[in-house]
Design a protein. Structure first.
Length: 553
């Protein structure tokens, strides 16, 4: 039985490698050649280098290219060697982001170079071939992330600044490695090597050798060549604010139907859905899918159809008119004929004393693998009774010694899907504390305990935990609407349809050309599937609006 299992594992691994590194047939090579141009390199020359501007796809006709992934501290790994019929490209090439690998010509090389824009055109026009290429590029990015080479983060794991850097790169689906000084026998010599001290932490060593000391988001994105780019002179058909499931779905449908689309997000594509460890009730995924995987696939689709995604970038104000204008906090302006509000909702901070002083030091608003490792074999408290809370509890239950779910209501049935309730009940290391609040937090610098209050008895209990996860709902991200008089309900969610004085089925607000979808919309069901459906539906309404506007002109 064991040998059969091993043979199956080998066959599966071999199948994945074939999908990741296919050898194209003569007819496929001829098709690709129509979208690119020929180029040559001498033996010993670099075909691509980490951090260089994107080349797009490079299809080898003659010669061999060795692919190496490296970091900034001298570690590297040979990934693969490409020969005739093989191609260089991973998913970032669709958007033209910088190279993540070195490609060295082992002998004289002749190849077809397909630039990013032409690569997108190829993938849309040549469906079967595009599917093969897309699958390979996505598998390659996943492998690069798993290998963990790229920028090296040096610091003390668990510190807020380190967690923020890891979250940033994880949201960007960017490979990185961590050198945790907590587990380093000679941390002083590590710091000395980079002429650094404790006050410089965390350090980021970029693949080009640049050393960043306590970098902010823009500094690290600049070092990696990932700073957002905007063209203030262009007029888009659709500007989408928010790159969660609703915004990404709208971008896919709008861009695939020929509309000029820009998507703006304050963090990164995925939204809160990307933090879901397992979504098990989304149509078409009977085994479930992580929120990060689902939104990464959607992000790849958006890039395939040529929508321009810009993140992280914050919209400061919306100016409504015949041509809508979005002003960013950085001072840029985006012009668009229509705007889709898909900005979702922000994590709600419950009124707990000392809460903000412990954020990143024991208080978390999501549960990713990073946090899972931090709380391994420890007891944790999780506050919230919605589906996101349930998914997080089930995930944390596989890492933590015990998960204490704290809810204000009488039970989970009021707010959580049945499959999650059953899953929680089946895990012996998860306990639900109903009719309970977290009313205080204690600790010296880092969280050491949480005070629980039973609402029915008034009894207080100190729970000595170092990690509290808050899934207490969200508030709409609408402060950027500014002077544009968009109708909102009593909680601040954007009104559409008959509540906004337009036809019942419409997702349009009371402002012509302004639409709202997903969690930010009043009356939405706060489900990924609904958000995706609204993202698809709104595009038909935008087509109708643009056609009517053009006819009136």
């Amino acid at each position: 039985m064991g040998s059969i299992a091993n043979e199956h594992a080998v066959a599966t691994a071999s199948g994945d490698e074939l999908k990741k590194y296919p050898t194209l047939a003569a007819g496929e090579i001829e098709t690709i050649a129509r979208y690119g141009s020929e180029r040559t390199w001498r033996a010993g020359e670099y075909v691509v280098r980490t951090g260089d501007p994107a080349n797009g796809m490079i299809l080898v006709l003659e010669g061999r290219i060795r692919i190496v992934q490296r970091d900034g501290v001298g570690d590297s790994a040979v990934v693969v060697q490409h020969g005739p019929g093989n191609f260089l490209a991973e998913i970032g090439q669709l958007a033209g982001t910088p190279e993540l690998i070195d490609g060295l010509a082992m002998e004289d090389v002749r190849a077809i170079v397909v630039r990013p824009a032409c690569l997108r055109a190829l993938m849309v026009a040549e469906a079967a071939l595009g599917e093969l290429i897309m699958q390979a590029m996505m598998l390659r990015r996943a492998a690069l992330i798993q290998r963990g080479l790229g920028p090296t983060l040096i610091g003390q794991n668990g510190e807020p600044a380190m967690l923020e850097l890891q979250a940033l790169l994880r949201r960007k689906h960017y490979p990185y490695s961590v050198l945790d000084l907590n587990g380093e026998a000679d941390a002083a010599s590590v710091l000395q090597k980079f002429d650094a001290c404790q006050a410089d932490l965390p350090l980021v060593i970029c693949p080009n050798g640049t050393i960043l000391r306590r970098p902010d988001t823009m500094q690290i994105l600049s070092c990696l060549g990932l700073l957002p780019e905007l063209d203030g002179t262009r007029i888009y058909d659709v500007a989408i604010i928010g790159a969660g499931p609703a915004g990404l779905a709208a971008a896919v449908y709008a861009a695939s139907e020929g509309l000029g689309v820009i998507v703006l997000d304050a963090l990164a594509p995925g939204g809160q859905a990307a933090a879901s460890t397992r979504i098990e009730n989304y149509l078409g995924f009977p085994a479930g899918i992580s929120g990060q995987a689902l939104t990464a696939n959607a992000y790849a689709q958006v890039q395939k159809f040529g929508a321009h995604i810009v993140s992280p970038i914050e919209v400061a104000q919306l100016e409504c008119g015949p041509l809508h204008r979005l002003r960013t906090k950085a001072g840029d302006t985006i012009q668009s004929r229509t705007v889709i509000i898909a900005s979702g909702a922000a994590y709600r901070r419950p009124p707990i004393p000392n809460l903000m002083s412990f954020e990143g030091r024991g208080i978390y608003y999501w549960a990713s693998p990073v946090e899972g490792k931090l709380c391994a074999k420890q007891e944790v408290v999780l506050v919230g009774g919605g589906n996101s809370a349930g998914q997080a509890a089930v995930f944390l239950g596989t890492h933590a010694a015990h998960v204490h779910i704290v809810i204000r209501g009488l039970g989970l049935e009021q707010s959580m899907s049945r499959y999650l309730i059953d899953r929680i009940a089946a895990q012996p290391n998860i306990t639900v504390h109903a009719q309970t609040d977290v009313v205080d937090l204690t600790g010296d610098g880092r969280l050491s305990g949480a005070v629980l209050l039973r609402r029915d008895t008034g009894q207080k209990e100190m729970m000595w935990v170092q990690h509290v996860f808050l899934f207490t709902g969200a508030e709409p991200n609408t402060s950027w609407l500014g002077s544009c008089e968009v109708g909102v309900d009593e909680k601040g969610f954007v009104q559409t349809g008959r509540h906004a004085g337009v036809p019942t089925s419409s997702l349009q607000t009371c402002v012509p050309g302004l639409f709202a979808i997903g969690d930010v919309r009043s009356g939405s069901t706060k489900r990924v599937a609904t958000a995706v459906g609204e993202g698809a539906a709104v595009v038909a309404q935008i087509h109708a609006y643009l056609a009517a506007t053009l006819a009136a002109a």
